[in-house]
Design a protein around this ligand. Sequence first.
Ligand SMILES: [Zn+2]
Ligand SMILES: [Zn+2]
Length: 153
Amino acid sequence: METASHCQCECGAASFSVRGAPLMRGFCHCTICQAFNEAPFADITLFRRRDVEMPAADSVAYRNYASPAMLYRGKCVKCHKPAVEYMDFPLMPDVVIVPTGTISNQAIVPSPTLHIFYDKRQQDVDDGLPKHRGYLASQCAFGWHLLKALAKK
Ligand SMILES: [Zn+2]
Ligand SMILES: [Zn+2]
């Protein structure tokens, strides 16, 4: 039986639930993630789209920042904190990105496996995880980790 976990933005207006275990977790240091999260890097956990009960449409404002293409980033309309992000790209796996800190049941959160866009970092991270630099290497590493996770689940 799969358990449901609750996720919500800082104020709680954008809330939703996820089922089962996430696919993977990683850190993104790209400048868009830095701005979007108002943090040196993003700590993100990925779920299959079908495992996510998306928040009410009027509680989240989505924006496409063009890079990476087809990634829609949603912020709560009330507190303007990150709520959820989703990819809408033909032939790509349907995944939803959840800011790790918004998951209430941290027991389901997996260990992170990589850093991407590390060349854009605001701070060094000494955690022994692979660090990928540059657009192509970062996208490839991320895609590879995601495909491996999808194959396992
Ligand atoms: Zn909020
Ligand atoms: Zn990023």
